[in-house]
Design a protein around this ligand. Structure first.
Ligand SMILES: *Cc1c(COP(=O)(O)O)cnc(C)c1O
Length: 366
């Protein structure tokens, strides 16, 4: 089976983890601090605050904005459930704007139309490894007086006109096992705002500034040095990792071109895609349905994934939730039925890539 994703943790990672184990300091300490410095540099921001997972990063980013009951966050309906859960956990109300079917991210016109009297936050998601259209979304947030929280969980180091995801507003990243950089579980919040960074650090540590001095009612959101140690070697070679992902995506684009009903992903002008996922759309013009394609890929030993099978709010628990405001999002509603992601990870061999291409071509009769 060619897996949809792999974890690549070699001897360099083992050595870093062993150093921490032997140091006797396994909780949050100097390795987390080094990880923060280096992730801030990758993202081109002043501050990075490490937390225990990506969902926590989103929750904490919203918590330091001092939202009030009834305050609304506009986000994408085409995302992982953590985006929505974080909004609800922070006590805010979730509202949605439609996406664009080329980059799968919030469409600026739709986002503008979704902003209402109670909107306080615009929360784009940089899905699959490509930034949302921040050239339009960042000025939109600024003009309307909204905070900008970027769900960057899938887009470490992705850029738009040279600026990285997570550097336009408050960036929230995940280091879960399947992401481009992983610590098993982990997250980080990036910002250029000194005051917000300070508040995030205090919030993360039980609201404590100096020992037993509690400034706010906080939480334990800390990451451990053991976890941060996993990330350091991955940061050393992240440029090569992304180059590999880009090369694999280019091979897939070339091999899968010209198949009726198969729409290939695009790296849009000015954007550097880090190819967390390589996601195609299977339209009505294809020889088989999306679900049939997935079934036959599985039979042939080619892993694939549907991210995501439904709109994020399209579950009973959210449809009936008093703080979820559902809206019409026709593009997203169509796209959830069309998408399937194919393997693009850095461990794929040339043979694997050829197998993926040949298998998809043969199933789609091309
Ligand atoms: C992975 C992910 C998250 C949540 O990160 P965790 O570390 O799993 O909590 C949030 N948003 C998106 C889009 C994700 O892909």
């Amino acid at each position: 089976m060619i897996p949809i994703s792999t974890v690549e943790l070699g001897p360099d990672v083992e050595a870093e983890v062993l150093k921490v184990l032997r140091s006797g300091m396994v909780a949050q300490g100097p390795v987390v601090a080094e990880f923060e410095r280096r992730f801030a540099a990758l993202t081109g921001v002043q501050h990075a605050v490490a937390v225990n997972n990506g969902t926590t990063a989103l929750v904490a980013a919203l918590q330091v904005l001092d939202l009030e009951p009834g305050d609304e966050v506009v986000t994408s309906p085409f995302t992982f459930v953590a985006t929505l859960n974080a909004i609800l956990e922070a006590g805010a109300t979730a509202t949605f704007a439609d996406i664009d079917d080329v980059d799968f991210n919030l469409a600026p016109d739709a986002a503008a139309a979704a902003i209402g009297d109670r909107t306080r936050v615009l929360m784009p998601v940089h899905l699959y490894g490509q930034t949302a259209p921040m050239g339009e979304l960042a000025p939109l947030a600024a003009d309307r007086g909204l905070a900008l929280v970027e769900d960057s969980a899938q887009s470490h180091g992705a850029t738009l006109d040279g600026r990285a995801a997570g550097s336009f507003g408050i960036g929230c990243f995940s280091f879960y096992g399947t992401k481009n950089i992983t610590t098993g579980e982990g997250g980080i919040i990036t910002t250029d705002d000194d005051v917000l960074a300070d508040r995030l650090r205090v919030l993360r540590n039980q609201g404590m500034r100096a020992r037993y001095q509690y400034e706010v009612a906080g939480h334990n959101y800390r990451l451990t040095d053991l976890q941060a140690a996993l990330a350091l070697p991955q940061l050393d070679r992240y440029e090569q990792t992304v180059a590999r992902r880009k090369a694999n995506a280019a091979t897939l684009v070339e091999g899968l071109a010209g198949i009726p009903g198969l729409v290939l992903p695009q790296e849009l002008p000015g954007r550097s895609h880090v190819w967390h996922q390589f996601t195609v759309r299977v339209t009505q013009d294809a020889a088989v349905s999306r679900d049939e394609l997935v079934a036959r890929l599985t039979e042939a030993g080619v892993g694939s994934g549907i991210y995501y099978p439904k709109l994020v709010f399209d579950y009973e628990t959210y449809l009936t939730h008093p703080r979820v405001k559902v809206s019409e999002v026709p593009t997203a509603a169509r796209v959830v039925q069309e998408v399937v992601s194919l393997p693009v990870h850095p461990r794929l061999s040339d043979d694997d890539l050829r197998t993926v291409v040949d298998t998809v071509r043969s199933i789609l009769g091309a």
